[in-house]
Design a protein around this ligand. Sequence first.
Ligand SMILES: [Zn+2]
Length: 462
Amino acid sequence: MKKLNLFIFVFSLSCLIFSSKTMALEIDSAYIVSHYSEIADKIIDYAEKDSSSWTRLSYLCDVFGSRLSGSISLNNAIDWMFEEMKKDGFSNVRKEEVMVPHWVQHNSSTELVFPYKKKIDVLALGGSVPTPNGGISAPVLVVESFEDLQNHKEDAKGKIVVYNFPFDSYGRTFQYRWSGADQASKYGAVGSLIRSLTQDISVIPHTGVMRYMDSVPKIPGGAISPQDAALLGRLQKHGITPILKIKFDTEILPDTISYNVMGEITGSEFPNEIIALGGHTDSWDVGLGAHDNGGGCIATWNAAKTIKELGLKPRRTVRVVQWVNEENGTRGGQAYAEKHKNEKHALVFEFDSGVFEPSVIGFTGDDKMLAILKGMEPLLKKINPDMIVRKGGGGVDIGPMMKLGIPGMSLGTNDEGKYFLYHHSAADTPEKVDPKNLNQCIAAIAIAIYIYADLPDYISTK
Ligand SMILES: [Zn+2]
C-alpha cells in the first residue's frame, strides 16, 4: 500500500512536471511582468552603478588599438578577452580558430593637382587593390548616382569616377561603397572614390568593405570626405575637369588564423539549451572601434557578467560569443554556425548598432513568443520610457544561425543622428561612448537575455 502511494505520488509529480513543461503558451506577457520585475530592477540598479564596463571598453580600444582582421592587435585583444573572461569566472572559456582575410593598407594618399594643388584625405576601401607604383593621375568625372554614371558612361573612360551622392541612409548608400569601383570599371574608369557614408562635415574619410566581380578589371576604390566630394562636384559644375593623383599602397595577404572567443554561465535546469549573445571583435584600420563594435562586445559580455555577479542562475546556458571578422568577411559568424549548428540554440543575440540610449529589442521568431516577450516592455521602460519590443531582430554575425531557424534578437539604440559621424572612421574612439548609455545597454541586454534564458518552458529549439 505504501509502495502504491509512493508510486501514485511519483506518478502525479511527474505529470505535474510534464504539464509544466508543456504548458508552453500559458506563459504570457503578464507572467513576465509578475515574475521578473524585481530582478529587472536589481539588474538596472547594478548596471547603473557599475563603472567597470566603460573602463573595460577603454582598455580594449586604447591598449590594443584598431583591430582589423589579420592584425596582431586583433589577436592580442582576443587573447586579453580570453583571460578576462576566465577572471570573470565564466565557464568553458575558449577560443575557436577562424581563418580570416588579411588585407592591409600601408599608406594611401590623394592630391588635387588641377586646378590647384591640395591634399585630400583618403582611405582605400577594405579589399581595394593597390594603385600601380607611382600612383594614378587622371581627370575626374563626378556623378551623383549610378543612374548619373549610366547617363555619362561615354565620359568615364580613363577617369577617376567620384560618387558624390547625398548620404540619406546607410542602407541606400552602402551600394556605392560595395560596388562603385566595379560599376565605374565597366565603363573604362581607372579609379573610383566615394563620398564617405556620413553626414559629418569634417574632412575625415569613413571606410568600409568593397567587393570585386571577376567580370571587369579591378580598379582601386577609396573614400573621401563629403566636403571634398562636394568641392570636386562644384568644380565640375564650374566647367572645370579636376585632376587627381591617387596612390594606394594596399596588399592582400594569405588568410590568417584568428578566433571567436567565448565563455558561459551554465544553465541551472536545461544546460544543453543555449542562448548565444555577442558583438564583433574586429574593427577597421582607422579609429579604435569603440562604437563599432568594441561597445557591442563589452555590452553583451558585461550583461552576462551582471547576471552572474547578481547570483542569478538562468535555466538555460548563457554563452557570450565575441565573433571575429564581421567587417570584411563575416567568417566568425559563419564558423560559429558551422561548428555549433548541432547544439540546441534557443536564441542568438547580437548588438552592433552603436552604443547610444537603448530604444528597441527586436525579435525574429515565433509570433506567440514575440507576444510573450512584449511583457518585457514595462520592465525595459525603466531604462528608457520609450523603449519597445518589436518584431524584427538580427545581425550579420547571427545571420548564419538564424538561417538555420534559430530565433534572433538584437538591441537597437537611438543615436540622434550621431552614429555615422563616427562609424568606420578615425573618430570612433571611446570618449564618443557615454558611460551612462553603455550601462543602459548592458541593463537592457541583461534583462532580455536573463528572461529568455530563464522562462520555464516555451522555446522551440531546433
Ligand atoms: Zn559592426
